[in-house]
Design a protein around this ligand. Structure first.
Ligand SMILES: N=c1c2ncn([C@@H]3O[C@H](COP(=O)(O)OP(=O)(O)OP(=O)(O)O)[C@@H](O)[C@H]3O)c2ncn1[C@@H]1O[C@H](COP(=O)(O)O)[C@@H](O)[C@H]1O
Length: 87
């Protein structure tokens, strides 16, 4: 189990070290357009899960949305601080 901040630190490290086989590295290399599409796709899956699926499935879809948002943040060079200052 990890928090939003812990995942972001992990993904930041993936971006820096670029380990072989990392899906994050692949997603970052795909560019902001592809990263944005993934955010939208995952948001749609969250919506569908919220209306039609179990709490557990919804939680899983939300976790994937958070991951896709973090990839997009990294793709654009944003930090968590950039976002948190608006919360
Ligand atoms: N939390 C996640 C995470 N959530 C979602 N995903 C990816 O997103 C996919 C699910 O989203 P989609 O529905 O868009 O994917 P799909 O349509 O099933 O398949 P593809 O689009 O990938 O072909 C998963 O199969 C993963 O590839 C994640 N990939 C990685 N992480 C975590 O990120 C960290 C770094 O991962 P790597 O970069 O892969 O080492 C690790 O802690 C991982 O647990």
């Amino acid at each position: 189990m990890k928090t939003f901040d812990e995942l972001f630190a992990e993904l930041t490290d993936r971006a820096r070290t670029r380990p072989e086989g990392s899906g994050t590295v692949e997603a970052l290399d795909a560019g902001v357009h592809a990263q944005g599409k993934k955010v939208l796709e995952e948001a749609g899956e969250v919506w569908i899960a919220a209306e039609h699926e179990s709490d557990d499935r919804l939680a899983e879809e939300i976790s994937q949305l958070l991951y896709r948002v973090q990839v997009l943040m990294l793709g654009r060079g944003l930090t968590t601080e950039d976002v948190y200052r608006y919360l």
